[in-house]
Design a protein around this ligand. Structure first.
Ligand code: ZN
Length: 343
């Protein structure tokens, strides 16, 4: 059976970095940074890495890819969209290192037969299924119901790494969006990760009668939908009453950073994880920001579904705190595996 070692990504929201040993190969699954500022995986003792797989272009999954030279410059596997998004996050990989995987269907990773499917969480985001040794399935971040983004059914696997970001949370997206819309006032900014929830959020808010304004990145992610929505690239183009959906790259000088520093005191609603020490946490503490959850990760019932669908013998809960998931820990006790090394 395959062996998994979590260098980072277990026991809470932390950067993804898992080493999978399967069929004689050593594959690093994601190489993230954050979400707590400066939080990077400790790769001490990792040894040889034959390949790196990147699940999607969010910083907590790709943000430490600058360590690629230190790992012996192995081939990196991801979707085209994920590779193309790296420069938006100020991350760079030479073209010869980039080995493209399909969004769905059979493929090869080195000499291993694998398959991929869309993860329903980020445009270009994929899960990875490796066939040898009973099967290993890395879901990365995933969602069956986060809106516009499609989700493909994963195949059975003995070893499954899932996304416990929400613990036992089981709210519906529809109820969350209604709550979000009710809390939006003129002069609100909604920061969102690239390639994720932004386009779906714009569509749902527009359907509820709001007229969000988009940054160029989210406008591009809309792929031509709702062409009447205004687009702004700088704070100077914004009107005081605007409701702005803006891609947050967590890099200095991006539109979100400039709106925070703008003369108008914009109010911010954060719909994702708010890490201690982050800019979002500081804005909330200063009374300029608030939180309103909006699902982009699996709910509790989705974890049960994944366990049944894959027939997992070992289910590894990543990216979430176990004490926020007492219900799942109980329901899935027979296969739940939260130690650093599995099995
Ligand atoms: Zn993500």
């Amino acid at each position: 059976m395959a062996v998994l070692t979590a260098f980072s990504g277990l026991g809470g929201k932390s950067p993804a970095a898992f080493l999978l040993q399967i069929a004689g190969r050593r594959i690093l699954l994601d190489l993230g940074e954050g979400p707590t500022p400066g939080q990077r995986p400790d790769l001490t003792g990792i040894g040889r890495v034959d390949a790196i797989f990147l699940s999607h272009a969010h910083i907590d999954h790709v943000g430490a890819i600058d360590l690629w030279p230190d790992l012996g410059r192995p081939p990196v596997f991801a979707s085209r969209a994920t590779f193309d998004a790296l420069p938006l996050l100020d991350l760079h990989l030479p073209p010869h290192a980039q080995h493209e995987l399909p969004l769905q269907g059979p493929a090869a990773l080195l000499d291993l037969p694998v398959s991929t499917g869309r993860n329903g969480h980020a445009a270009g985001g994929i899960w990875l299924h490796l066939q040898p040794e009973g099967g290993a399935l890395y879901m990365g971040d995933w969602s069956r119901r986060s809106g516009l983004l499609p989700f493909d059914l994963p195949p059975p696997a003995d070893l499954v790494i899932t996304d416990l970001s929400y613990g036992d949370r089981d709210q519906t997206l529809v109820s969350q969006v209604l709550e979000l819309a009710a809390r939006i006032t003129p002069g609100t900014v909604l920061p969102v990760p690239i390639l994720g929830r932004g386009a779906d959020m714009a569509q749902r808010l527009a359907a509820l009668g709001l007229t969000p304004v988009l940054c160029p990145q989210i406008r591009a992610e809309m792929q031509g939908a709702l062409p009447g929505l205004r687009c702004i690239a700088t704070p100077a183009e914004a009107r005081a009453s605007d409701v702005i959906i803006a891609a947050d790259t967590e890099r200095p000088g991006d539109l979100v950073a400039r709106l925070i520093d703008a003369p108008q005191s914009w109010r911010f609603i954060f719909t994702g994880h708010v890490a201690p020490g982050s800019t979002a946490a500081a804005l909330i503490a200063a009374g300029r920001g608030s939180r309103q959850p909006r699902n982009v990760h699996p709910r509790a019932r989705d974890q049960i579904w994944l366990a049944e669908t894959t027939g997992a013998r070992h289910l590894i809960p990543a990216f979430g705190a176990l004490d926020a998931a007492p219900g799942l820990t109980r329901s899935l006790a027979a296969i739940w595996h939260s130690d650093r090394t599995c099995p």
